[in-house]
Design a binder for this molecule. Structure first.
Ligand code: SD4
Length: 322
């Protein structure tokens, strides 16, 4: 088919798309190899500042990484969450898949595993992420993601204590939390090789000023991404704390498995999120096993994504209106 092989990924990060396409076509790599190559390019180049080291520091100023890779042929998955001190997160996720019987490793223990596998332990903080964190501290830690707590502003923001009486939060608003289209982005990528093998993966440094230990949707299979041969692949970007509650990638792939077109499957997968959280920011991409693709978004003005397949000859940056 002229639609296969295909690479598709979130946001305007076409160098990552090229890297994945090269891996798939010139180097004879698998769909999994392609997604790892594409997301690794993004991590190494700190694309958009929201993937890889040196971006989105948490409350303590530390950057931690979330990533996953899924093989839709075997339904094997490797993932890391709140990974500290190791830059190539999706490569570590792949090592979890290739060298363990597990699916998801987290935090310090994920770093120890990475060290055993030969990855370098190094700081993920840069001047830029340090300054971003300092500015946040100087700005009395606004915005922040805690609720029903009293901050103790002696030196920084914490420690936080629970308020005596819990205040009711408006369930449909995330505006208090400082979520905007600019402070969080994930690379989500799907590859299908010419034999129809599908892989999907994600990589991100999450959310600026997150509570340390916070894990987003990106490393969670079915939330951040999902792939199944014969059905398709899907990936998400946006407000992961909200999106993960609906397993939108799993939902979209299952709908494609039942024969639904990607564009409709994405709309269906997003609908309940919009219903409960009308002001959330998020976007999804999906491709069915025959190479038909689509994207949807909510809360942004437009959402750019990159695609390459044999009929396009080169990487195309496309946009959907939200
Ligand atoms: C997260 N979904 O950690 C990620 C961040 C992101 O667009 O994609 N932002 O919530």
């Amino acid at each position: 088919s002229q639609n296969l092989p295909i690479i598709i990924n979130t946001w305007f990060v076409s160098n990552a798309t090229y890297a994945a396409w090269e891996e798939l076509t010139a180097h004879g790599g698998s769909a999994v190899d392609a997604v790892v190559a594409g997301c690794s390019q993004c991590e190494a180049s700190q694309c958009r500042g929201t993937v890889g080291f040196g971006g989105d520091p948490d409350e303590n100023g530390e950057t931690t990484l979330d990533a996953m890779i899924m093989d839709g042929k075997t339904m094997d998955v490797g993932a890391v969450a709140a990974l500290r001190l190791v830059k190539p997160a999706i490569a570590v996720a792949r090592a979890v898949m290739d060298y363990t019987e597990h699916t998801l490793l987290v935090g310090d223990q994920a770093s120890l595993f990475a060290k055993d596998m030969g990855f370098t332990i190094e700081t993920l903080t840069t001047n830029k992420s340090h300054i971003e964190w300092k500015n946040w501290i100087n700005n009395k830690c606004q915005p922040n993601f805690r609720k029903n707590v009293i901050p103790d502003h002696t030196t920084s923001c914490g420690p936080y204590k629970p308020k005596k009486k819990l205040e009711k939060q408006h369930p449909n608003s995330r505006s208090n939390f400082g979520i905007s289209p600019y402070n969080h982005d994930t690379i989500g990528m799907i590859a299908i090789d010419k034999n129809g093998n599908i892989s999907a993966g994600t990589s991100t440094n999450g959310l600026s000023h997150k509570v340390p230990g916070r894990v987003g949707d990106s490393p969670l299979m079915g939330a951040g991404s999902y792939a199944m041969n014969g059905a398709g692949g899907a990936a998400c970007t946006g407000d992961g704390d909200i999106m993960m509650r609906f397993l939108p990638s799993f939902q979209a792939v299952m709908l494609m498995k039942s024969g639904m077109e990607p564009s409709l499957a994405l709309k269906e997968a997003m609908a309940p999120i919009i219903q409960y959280y009308p002001s959330f920011f998020g976007a999804m991409i999906a491709v069915s096993s025959n190479g038909t693709f689509a994207a949807v978004c909510h809360g942004y003005k437009t959402f750019p994504f990159c695609v390459v397949n044999p009929s396009f000859h080169e990487v195309k940056v496309l946009k959907v209106q939200c």
